[in-house]
Design a protein around this ligand. Structure first.
Ligand SMILES: NC(=O)c1ccc[n+]([C@@H]2O[C@H](COP(=O)([O-])OP(=O)(O)OC[C@H]3O[C@@H](n4cnc5c(N)ncnc54)[C@H](OP(=O)(O)O)[C@@H]3O)[C@@H](O)[C@H]2O)c1
Length: 338
């Protein structure tokens, strides 16, 4: 059966043309439980069949294992995909430890590691995953710009930066994409980052557009539903009273989905995709899944346009969500919004 390809959009002013929805590979190797590798490879094939061409990973996902897992797929389809990876988060054997490194020497060594694990000569889009406010942004972006000059990286991106930080970085070297959490449950980026991206012609790549799965309606109480080792057990939104309250907020999502004969996941993805028109910028959400059928379901959501009445029903949800996006919010853009 042939699958209709999704529409395309340009990432940033001079960036590559990509499918309007990308693929987040993180969950294949980390954070959300075990993976059937054959099913994950089939999911990647489904992504290409559907025109989902922006493939997103990071050096910290599985401590390099996610990049290594992607390497054969990348080798087989190098010219058909836009390959994005990230640096800045250091991990150790302590599963809860996260160090943030933005210094030029670290950046130069991180890119070598990603190129090696991915088996490529050049990374299409290289993001700074988190900001260390102790390192001047101009210094980090300057080091990233040198990678472009040396032909190791084609385009630059940032993750979890404020609007002011995006402007500062863009003045050093054009930034192609900003990747931050944006969904029906997480709208703090609308404070300053979205407006700055729209003004500068930077594409927005919403991560966790399904609220790490919560918006699909799959979780009422993560402490009961999730196996030990699933990172979401530690997410404030997924546990106890917060989870129960947040599950109740999904009622309008379910109502709209039922009326249209689609899934809640598709409504959540259509909402974030439609931010493109609302805010006047390119938006390429990167939902993650380990299953072919869900990949195709998610890609099909790019064809849904919500009505004004439906958007109005969804509008109040984010303000009522109980619990932060992370157990420790200190490295997010929200912590630096002032
Ligand atoms: N820059 C950053 O700091 C940052 C942070 C987090 C994530 N990311 C990136 O963003 C990507 C996506 O975010 P995410 O994986 O955290 O969250 P997400 O895409 O919001 O949700 C993923 C979860 O939803 C489930 N799911 C996906 N499609 C579904 C469907 N149609 N129906 C039911 N369940 C569905 C997946 O389970 P199954 O796998 O079982 O389908 C998985 O548990 C990541 O892969 C990563 O590349 C970036």
């Amino acid at each position: 059966m042939s699958i209709d390809k999704i529409a395309t959009v340009r990432l940033g002013t001079d960036g590559p043309l990509v499918g309007v929805q990308g693929f987040g590979a993180m969950g294949i190797s980390d954070f959300y439980g075990d993976t059937d590798e054959a099913a994950a490879r089939d999911t990647l094939d489904a992504a290409l069949e559907a025109g989902v061409t922006l493939i997103d990973t990071a050096d910290m996902y599985g401590k390099g294992a996610n990049e290594e897992f992607l390497a054969p797929f990348v080798a087989a389809h190098r010219d058909e995909i836009t390959l994005a990876t990230k640096f800045a988060i250091e991990r150790t054997d302590d599963p809860h430890y996260r160090g943030i490194r933005n210094d030029p020497a670290y950046i130069r060594s991180a890119v070598e590691g990603s190129l090696r694990r991915l088996g490529v000569d050049v990374i299409d889009l290289y993001y700074m995953h988190r900001r260390d406010p102790a390192v001047p942004l101009a210094e980090s972006v300057g080091a990233m710009a040198e990678l472009v000059e040396h032909g190791l990286v084609k385009h630059l991106g940032l993750s979890e930066v404020t609007g002011a930080e995006l402007r500062e970085a863009h003045a050093v070297h054009p930034i192609t994409a900003l990747q931050s959490e944006w969904s029906l449950f997480s709208r703090d980026v609308e404070h300053s980052a979205v407006g700055a991206a729209a003004e500068l012609g930077v594409a927005f790549v919403p991560y966790s557009p399904l609220g790490r799965g919560f918006l699909t309606g799959a979780f009422a109480d993560a402490t009961k539903d999730l196996p030990g080792g699933d990172f979401r057990q530690f997410q404030p939104r997924f546990s106890g009273d917060n989870a129960r309250r947040n599950a109740a907020l999904l009622e309008p999502v379910r109502t709209i989905a039922e009326a249209r004969g689609v899934t809640p996941a598709q409504i959540a993805l259509a909402w974030v995709q439609q931010r493109a028109e609302v805010h006047g910028l390119a938006v390429v959400p990167i939902p993650g899944t380990r299953k072919r059928a869900r990949l195709l379901e998610n890609a099909a959501a790019t064809r849904i346009t919500l009505t004004a009445d439906e958007l109005a029903l969804l509008e109040p949800i984010a303000a009522q969500v109980a619990g932060d996006r992370y157990p420790d919010m200190s490295s997010t853009s929200a912590a630096r919004e002032g």
